[in-house]
Design a protein around this ligand. Structure first.
Ligand code: 13P
Length: 251
C-alpha cells in the first residue's frame, strides 16, 4: 500500500501576523503540489483567518491545534470544531502531549475531542506517545495501546477511515533527541498491527506520522521506514527553509 506522506507543521504557541505572513509566503514560493506528499500547517487560532486568506486555493492545507468537544455554548476561551471548519481547516490535532500533560486532558477527554472533530467534518490527527520514564520502564506499547483503545472504544475502528495518527514520544519533543528510525518504526508497526487486528484495510490505508525533533537531516531516513507516513514537526516548521527541507525529503 502506497500511503501519501504528510508533512505537518505544528507551530504551537508561536507567531505574529508578520511571522505567519512571511512564513506562509515562503512556503508557497518554495513548494509546489506533489503527488507523493501533502503539506499542512497548524497555526494558533488567532492566525487561522490570515492563514485561510493566504493559503486558500493552494496546495497547502491547515488545521487547528486542539478543539473543545462541545458544539457551542458557555465555554469562554474555547473553540469548537465547527468554528475550525468554518476557518477552512481540514485537520485538527487531538491529544497532543502538551495538552495531555499541561492541560490535563485524559484519554477520555481526547476521545471526546476526536469524536467532535469527526462530527464537524475535520480529520483528527490523534497524537500518542510515551514519556521517557514509561519507555525506560518498558511501558511504551502499553501506554500507546491504552491511548489508542480509549479512542477506538469510543468511536469505533471505522472512524480511522478519516483520521491520522501521530506517534510523538514525549522524550523526543523539543529536546533534539530523535527516536532512531528503528525505534520509531517499531512503535509505528505496533500501532498498525494493533489496528490491523480490527480492520486490515483501514489499518493499511491509515497514515501514521512521526513527531519529535524531525529536521531536514533525519527526515529522509525516518520517512523511508515502511510504517512512517510523514512527520508532525514542531521547531523545524517555524522557518520556511527548515520546513521545506523536510517537505523535499518527503517528496
Ligand atoms: P519538535 O519537532 O519541536 O520536537 O516538536 C514535535 C511536536 O510536538 C510536534 O507536534
Amino acid at each position: 500500500m502506497m500511503r501519501k506522506i504528510l508533512v505537518a507543521g505544528n507551530w504551537k504557541m508561536h507567531g505574529s501576523k508578520t511571522m505567519v505572513r512571511s512564513l506562509l509566503e515562503g512556503l508557497l514560493k518554495g513548494s509546489s503540489m506533489n503527488g507523493n506528499a501533502d503539506l499542512a500547517v497548524f497555526p494558533s487560532f488567532p492566525y487561522l483567518s490570515l492563514t485561510e486568506s493566504i493559503l486558500s486555493g493552494s496546495h497547502i492545507q491547515w488545521g487547528g491545534q486542539t478543539l473543545n468537544p462541545n458544539a457551542q455554548g458557555a465555554h469562554s476561551g474555547e473553540t469548537s470544531g465547527s468554528m475550525l471548519a468554518d476557518m477552512g481547516c481540514r485537520y485538527v490535532l487531538v491529544g497532543h502531549s502538551e495538552r495531555r500533560s499541561i492541560y490535563a486532558e485524559s484519554d477520555v477527554d481526547v476521545a471526546l475531542r476526536f469524536k467532535a472533530a469527526l462530527d464537524t467534518g475535520l480529520e483528527p490527527v490523534l497524537c500518542v506517545g510515551e514519556t521517557q520514564e514509561e519507555r525506560e520502564g518498558g511501558q511504551t506499547e502499553a501506554v500507546v495501546g491504552r491511548q489508542l483503545d480509549a479512542v477506538i472504544g469510543s468511536v469505533g475502528m471505522d472512524a480511522f477511515n478519516h483520521a491520522i495518527i501521530a506517534y510523538e514520544p514525549v522524550w523526543a519533543i523539543g529536546t533534539g533527541l530523535t527516536a532512531t528510525p528503528q525505534q520509531a518504526q517499531s512503535v509505528h508497526a505496533f500501532i498498525r498491527d494493533k489496528l490491523s487486528s480490527l480492520d486490515v484495510i483501514i489499518s493499511d490505508q491509515l497514515r501514521i506520522l512521526y513527531g519529535g525533533s524531525v529536521n531536514g537531516s533525519n527526515a529522509v531516513e525516518l520517512f523511508a521506514q515502511s510504517d512512517i507516513d510523514g512527520g508532525l514537526v514542531g521547531g523545524a516548521s517555524l522557518t520556511a527553509e527548515d520546513f521545506l527541507a523536510i517537505y523535499s525529503a518527503a517528496a
